[in-house]
Design a protein around this ligand. Structure first.
Ligand SMILES: NC(=O)c1ccc[n+]([C@@H]2O[C@H](COP(=O)([O-])OP(=O)(O)OC[C@H]3O[C@@H](n4cnc5c(N)ncnc54)[C@H](OP(=O)(O)O)[C@@H]3O)[C@@H](O)[C@H]2O)c1
Length: 247
């Protein structure tokens, strides 16, 4: 049995990662700001040493809109002090190709992990189906769904990413492993129409050009990995499971 700390173990990805590892018989510690057993704000680090005491592996899924670099530095320092031997980090396809603030921070965290002196593994994946639905739900609050024109996505089922992370966490440090991407590249209008069908809603879908290098990076498909389309569950599969069939 291995003792594995899952940072962000209460999140969309962290929950299934935690479940998989516990099912395989590992001692799993869920660390997050609101975790009942290991409540730690990684940006501050209070309680981190106790959470890592005696741990073998950390799967780093915690993330927020700000402070990820600071959190990673604290995590790495505390792991070194505690002698934890393997840090597994989940990143995003295209963090080096799409210049938006969150991706820049993820790329910086990748560097911190790689230069940590700790055995490391980094997996990049595309967007989870859940996130795409969250974004479409927000867009559907208006009477017209306004979407950035010319942008596609390649969403993946979070359970499949969780399976892969659980495998990586129980293996040897592997460095940067092949990216994981969903089975289909779909334009945002197609994703939006599928979402509207599944939820029984009606909205005109309008594509709007945007400005900026981040948008250009996405238009160029920097966040996609068509050659790594290893995901099996499609967006339609996800919608059917989550919303049931409305037609
Ligand atoms: N969502 C996607 O489509 C996607 C795609 C590829 C990669 N990823 C990556 O996968 C990881 C997990 O994403 P997710 O969608 O599961 O995120 P999420 O649902 O927002 O979960 C974030 C987790 O981090 C914890 N957290 C946030 N700030 C923290 C802090 N300062 N200290 C400690 N814990 C903190 C949160 O719990 P508390 O609120 O209790 O602190 C929560 O458990 C992220 O690194 C993300 O970049 C996500």
């Amino acid at each position: 049995m291995t003792t594995i700390v899952v940072t962000g173990g209460t999140g969309t990805l962290g929950r299934p990662v935690t479940r998989r590892l516990a099912e395989r018989g590992h001692d799993v510690r869920v660390l997050s700001r609101h975790s009942p057993r290991y409540p730690v704000d990684l940006r501050e680090g209070t309680g981190l040493a106790a959470a890592l005491d005696g741990a073998d592996v950390v799967v780093h899924c915690a993330s927020g809109p700000r402070g990820d670099e600071q959190a990673a530095r604290r995590l790495v320092a505390a792991m070194r002090a505690a002698g934890v031997g393997h840090l597994v980090y989940i990143s995003i396809v295209g963090v080096d190709r799409v210049p938006i603030g969150y991706y820049r921070a993820k790329l910086a965290v990748e560097r911190i992990v790689e230069e940590s002196g700790i055995g490391w593994t980094v997996l990049r994946s595309t967007q989870f189906h859940d996130l795409v639905v969250t974004l479409l739900q927000a867009a559907a609050k208006l009477p017209v769904m306004l979407l950035p024109s010319g942008v596609s996505d390649q969403p993946i089922e979070v359970a499949e990413v969780a399976d892969r992370l659980a495998d990586l966490a129980t293996g040897e440090p592997a460095g940067r492993v092949p990216d994981m991407a969903g089975p289909e590249v779909l334009g945002l209008p197609a994703l939006a129409r599928a979402y509207l069908r599944a939820t029984g809603r009606r909205r005109p879908v309008v594509s709007v050009p945007l400005l900026g290098k981040g948008y250009q990076g996405m238009r160029n498909g920097g966040h996609l990995a068509p050659r790594q389309a290893v995901g099996e569950a499609t967006f339609e599969d996800y919608l059917a499971r989550r919303f049931g069939t409305q037609e």
